[in-house]
Write a protein that binds this ligand. Structure first.
Ligand code: AHR
Length: 504
């Protein structure tokens, strides 16, 4: 058995974990809205057409905030289309995903759904085909109490109280050639600054996310962040990061090492924010919003086929990745990476939530189930609250295509408000058990209360509508703490959640 060590100290705190790092994303894309959260006539539909089985799965997952309504979709979206009487709402061609948007679900309906799912909304505005004026109008519509054109329009549309949306995205992936209204960094920085100013003049309590690069692989990554922040730094609060990983060649060790890239990406964007801060002699700190992250590749060929055969239909089954066990391990490691960077990453959205590259799947007129990636997210959202602890991991390493020194054991610990400690840990080793010694001496008396494990001998094992519980977590023996130390067995390719409480 290989050996590793984890050393924790109650005073070595990285930062408070902002609960918004457990957010997700619903775009008007594929069957996320229509056939996902909303399916009037389904046996599980409530009086507004929302599927109660999906709401239950979302609530159990624990998603404090949902980014909406896009994504690429938002760059061609007119928010006015989605409010007012449903029979007057226009049908529009959606040029992001080559479907027809019927606008049956809009801001009012989505806010009702989010309320039922215990989530707040992070609302993205269109800075692709539209500009600052529409941005200020939607803030007025959503957040101004009354007595103005748009706030009174909201009231006439049946919503007396403001929606009170606190967090807004200034467009989406504006560096991408696939984006409607793509901009250079300078063009975007200017328009983001002007939109930000007037949105905050309408409602000074809101926070704003500027678009960073759509991925760290973009040729303009780095210079994009610097140039656009140079234009809008004082008026924005966060910069967005987006990253999806894939394993098309079946290289599991290399795939599981991709969080090294994610960590570098976070550190680089934080450095650029601070460089602009320094250059401007500013006291303002811009933090990070990792508002799209996940595995995404399983469905890409299938989507090309769908578009060949069927364009412009409503709710095409797009981006329906079926996630396997190794995807769940990487998602676990991505969550570890987000928690480890809790001092700078204040928002993160698992992209997306239902049917579209999602932890939750549905069948039209059928069931709903949890994919493999659902479980590590649920564990992190439930137990990864409080403070992130500096986690010293002493682990043997391996080398792979992109990295020379990848620790087999990837781990981070959190300290909750009652003094309880949780450790999230992935063993990346393909074949060997690890004995991990966890040093908890600085916490005083702690007792082990649970060890959750997720493992499957087949890295390609999946959950489906027919076999929804094929890959699920299970409880192992409780960890035993003796003289402040616990010896934990972490099996090969496993996700582990270790929980300790005070009063040993
Ligand atoms: O999440 C799917 C798409 O990925 C989003 O619409 C876009 O922002 C990103 O490229």
């Amino acid at each position: 058995m290989k050996k590793a060590g984890i050393i924790l100290d109650k005073d070595f705190i990285i930062g408070e974990i902002d609960e918004r790092i457990y957010s997700s994303f619903i775009e008007h894309l594929g069957r996320a809205v229509y056939g996902g959260i909303y399916e009037p006539g389904h046996p599980e539909a409530d009086e507004n057409g929302f599927r109660k089985d999906v709401i239950k799965l979302v609530s159990e997952l624990g998603v404090p905030m949902v980014r909406y309504p896009g994504g690429n979709f938002v760059s061609g979206f007119n928010w006015e289309d989605s409010v007012g009487p449903k029979d007057k709402r226009p049908k529009r061609l959606d040029l992001a995903w080559f479907t027809t948007e019927t606008n049956e679900v809009g801001l009012h309906e989505f806010a009702d759904w989010a309320n039922k799912a215990n989530s707040d909304i992070m609302y993205a505005i269109n800075l692709g085909c539209r500009g600052p004026e529409d941005a200020r109008n939607i803030v007025e519509y959503a957040n101004h109490p009354s007595g103005s054109l748009y706030s009174d329009m909201r009231i006439a549309n049946g919503r007396k109280d403001p929606f009170g949306i606190k967090l807004w995205c200034l467009g989406n992936e504006m560096d991408g050639p696939w984006q409607m209204g793509q901009k250079t960094a300078l063009e975007y920085g200017r328009v983001a600054n002007e939109a930000a100013k007037i949105m905050k003049w309408v409602d000074p309590t809101i926070e704003l996310v500027a678009c960073g690069s759509s991925s760290s692989e973009m040729p303009t990554f780095g210079s994009w962040e610097y140039t656009m922040l140079n234009e809008c730094y004082e008026n924005v609060d966060y910069v967005s990061l987006h990253r999806y990983y894939e394993n098309p060649t079946g290289d599991t060790p290399g795939f599981l090492a991709r969080t090294m890239d994610m960590d570098d990406f976070i550190k680089s964007v934080a450095s650029i924010c601070d460089a602009v801060k320094g250059k401007k002699h500013s006291k303002h700190v811009v933090n990070l919003s990792f508002d799209e992250w996940n595995v995404w590749y399983h469905s890409k060929e299938q989507d090309q086929e769908i578009w060949k055969q069927d364009r412009w239909n409503r709710a095409l089954p797009l981006l329906e990745d079926v996630y396997n066990f190794e995807d769940a391990l990487l998602v676990g490691s991505m969550l570890i990476t987000l928690i480890r960077n809790a001092d700078r990453v204040k928002i993160a959205c698992l992209a997306q939530l239902v049917n579209v590259i999602a932890p939750i799947m549905t069948r039209n007129n059928g069931g709903a189930w949890a994919q493999t990636i659902y479980y590590p997210f649920m564990h992190a959202s439930r137990y990864g609250r409080g403070s992130a602890l500096k986690t010293l991991v002493n682990s043997p390493v391996y080398s792979c295509k992109d990295y020379d020194e990848v620790p087999y054991i990837d781990a981070v610990a959190t300290l909750d408000q009652d003094g309880g400690v949780t450790i999230f840990m992935v063993n990346r080793d393909m074949s060997e058990d690890f004995e991990v010694e966890v040093d908890l001496r600085s916490f005083g008396d702690l007792k082990g209360i649970s060890h959750i494990i997720m493992h499957n001998d087949d890295v390609k094992a999946v959950n489906t509508g027919e076999a929804p519980f094929n890959v699920v977590p299970y409880e192992a023996d409780r960890p035993v703490v003796s003289e402040g130390k616990a010896l934990i067995k972490a099996g090969p390719l496993s996700w582990n959640v270790l929980r300790f409480s005070t009063g040993g």
